[in-house]
Design a protein around this ligand. Structure first.
Ligand code: PLP
Length: 407
């Protein structure tokens, strides 16, 4: 027998990943996007209110900065944690917006905000540990918790609390095994914003649980309406030594496809994060980092203009949804999502309603349960689409709900 024959797999056997991969989940927004794109390719007219990415182009000065970086010869690896001027610009931006000092030496530039949650959960999750996460919430939290073998502990996010989290309910779920608490405000998928008083109460209660690390996902921190001001967890010095902050450029500067984010790590977790970066992605691509630098140091009116446009659409979406039979929609205070309650429509499965809306009415939305069990009874709409398309979607939904038999 030859050496090659010895190592060739037996006929019919397929390579299999380790058991943890049976537990990894995904983000249904991408599946809905793929289905909506496939239907559109068949010639169907689809309005996509599923995926959470601004429909605006990246502002031109940011694009130009990245092109210039390539022309200037920035073709190589950068430090794994990001180029120094960008890490300093992140610290300066945090200071400008919140008056808080952060150490640029503990900022890590990552290929997308998602990578921060991936890394934090990987670093702190293991069998025996418990991780608290918002439900409904961004689906990757739970997926990654399951992947690590830690126990996912959902913190219910309730409509009666304006889709903010309750400090009391969150604190009551903490046990000696709780390793990480994930917070997200303004929130996906609801658009909910947790009031400052609730965050104050949570932080005060966390003093009794010094073993719990906090991951605050603040990626929508500039998407606030009705004069709301963002409460960053950075404003609480008493938890700074156990706070991981997730933020980035994807939403604020319409840069989802650039794959860029930043995170701040406490002492003790920074080194593992740096090493993870070296092992997994080496560095974020160099020209994108120069684009990100231009975003932070350049004019900010592009952000204000985009948020103002989202605010106009928010009113259109909320008024339009509330006019639909059986639907009631709380006014979201942040992000660019609406999370209408479908209880009155007769549809007992929000996922079935979402898929019927796509197949029969040509409107892509996402069923609430794709964001966790507490999402049943709701559907998720992203209003990152033109006012004209939003109006078309609402008309189609009205027609569909008036005619279709609920399932
Ligand atoms: N966190 C939340 C709450 C999000 O909704 C998203 C994207 O939708 C992310 C993080 C990830 O952002 P990025 O595209 O930068 O990975």
């Amino acid at each position: 027998m030859t050496q090659t024959a010895k190592i060739a797999p037996a006929a019919g056997l397929r390579p299999q990943p380790v058991e943890a991969f049976n537990r990894i989940g995904e983000e249904n927004a991408f599946a809905v996007l793929a289905r909506a794109t496939a239907l559109a390719a068949e010639g169907r007219d689809i309005v996509n209110l599923g995926i959470g990415q601004p429909d605006f182009p990246t502002p031109p000065h940011i694009v130009e900065a990245a092109i210039k970086a390539l022309r200037d010869g920035h073709h190589g690896y950068t430090p794994s944690t990001g180029i120094a001027p960008l890490r300093e610009a992140v610290a300066a931006d945090v200071h400008r917006r919140f008056g808080e000092e952060i150490d640029p030496g503990r900022v890590v530039i990552v290929p997308g905000g998602k990578v921060t949650m991936f890394s934090a959960i990987l670093m702190l999750g293991e069998p025996g540990a418990e991780i608290l996460y918002p439900d409904p919430g961004f689906p990757i939290y739970r997926s990654m918790i399951e992947f690590t073998g830690a126990k996912p502990v959902p913190v219910p996010i309730r409509e009666e609390n304006g889709f903010g989290f309750s400090a009391e309910e969150t604190l009551a779920l903490i046990t000696p095994r709780t390793r990480l608490l994930i917070l997200n405000s303004p929130a996906n998928p609801t658009g909910g914003v947790t009031p400052k008083a609730e965050i104050d109460a949570l932080v005060a209660g966390l003093a009794r649980h010094p073993h719990v690390v906090i991951l605050s996902d603040e990626i929508y921190d500039q998407f606030l309406f009705d004069g709301e001001a963002h409460t960053t967890l950075l404003a609480y010095p008493e938890i700074r030594d156990r706070l991981i902050l997730l933020n980035g450029w994807s939403k604020t500067y319409a840069m989802t496809g650039w794959r860029l984010g930043w995170s701040l790590w406490p002492v003790g977790l920074f080194e593992p994060m740096r090493k993870l970066a070296v092992n997994a992605w080496s560095c974020v691509n160099a020209p994108a980092q120069f684009g990100a630098l231009a975003a932070l140091t350049g004019p900010q009116d592009c952000v204000g203009e985009m948020v103002a446009e989202f605010d106009r659409r928010r009113k259109l979406v909320v008024d339009g949804l509330n006019a639909l039979p059986g639907i009631s929609c709380a006014t979201p205070k942040g992000a660019f999502y609406a999370f209408p309650n479908i209880a009155g429509t007769g549809w007992s499965s929000a996922k079935k309603l979402a898929s019927a809306l796509l197949d029969e009415a040509g409107v892509a939305t996402i069923g609430g349960p794709d964001f966790g069990v507490h999402g049943e009874g709701y559907i998720h709409l992203s209003y990152a689409n033109s006012a004209q398309n939003i109006s078309r979607a609402l008309d189609r939904m009205a027609e569909f709900l008036a005619q279709a038999r609920a399932a």
